[in-house]
Design a protein around this ligand. Structure first.
Ligand SMILES: [Zn+2]
Length: 187
């Protein structure tokens, strides 16, 4: 039975490679027959299938030792997306865009916003359940939340949003009023 591969090759990931293999098979005297994989049969096709699996699996761990092939741009769709970071995109473009936008947003948040969201500075393990996590002093937690998310409005932030004429500390210190000044230095 010959199964038409055309609909599948229209959308599958890495479709240019499949088209290339199919073209090589079509322009050859090569005869492709179906043999069930991972079966206990002792036929020659089953044994060859087992051998192919046996060598293909460890080969994935040694990409340097595998001969490289040209990228089959000659079997790509007429319009194929290309990214500077990931080269040709032959997977679902919506999924790819979603992932790539998430990554770039995450990078921007990590290096911007006064490093408030720079996660690698922090211990990734969840905090232990100390008694004080049940404290009624929710105020201190709220202040931390506002500080970490940039919602605490010290004078430097209000000034940058043109809501205050000056960013200096309102108690009269000779300093810029940011969160660090309020909690650490301010009298
Ligand atoms: Zn001050």
């Amino acid at each position: 039975m010959i199964i038409n591969q055309a609909p599948h090759l229209h959308t599958c990931n890495g479709r240019s490679y499949y088209r290339w293999i199919l073209a090589l098979a079509t322009n050859n005297s090569l005869h492709i027959t179906y043999t069930p994989g991972h079966s206990d049969k002792v036929s020659l096709p089953a044994h060859l299938n087992y051998e192919a699996d046996h060598y293909a699996s460890p080969a994935q761990c040694q990409p340097c030792e595998i001969l490289s092939t040209p990228i089959p741009t000659f079997f790509m769709d007429e319009d194929t997306f290309y990214s500077h970071d990931d080269s040709w995109i032959e997977s679902n473009i919506m999924t790819y865009l979603h992932k790539s936008r998430s990554l770039s947003t995450s990078r921007a948040l990590t290096s911007g916003y006064q490093l408030r969201l720079t996660l690698h500075l922090y211990n990734p393990r969840p905090p232990p359940e100390f008694l004080y996590t049940h404290t009624y002093l929710a105020y201190s937690v709220l202040v931390q939340l506002y500080t970490q998310s940039g919602q605490l409005p010290p004078a430097d932030l209000l000034h940058s949003h043109k809501l205050l004429p000056s960013a200096r500390c309102w108690t009269g210190c000779d300093a810029i009023e940011d969160a660090h000044h309020i909690f650490i230095h301010c009298r």
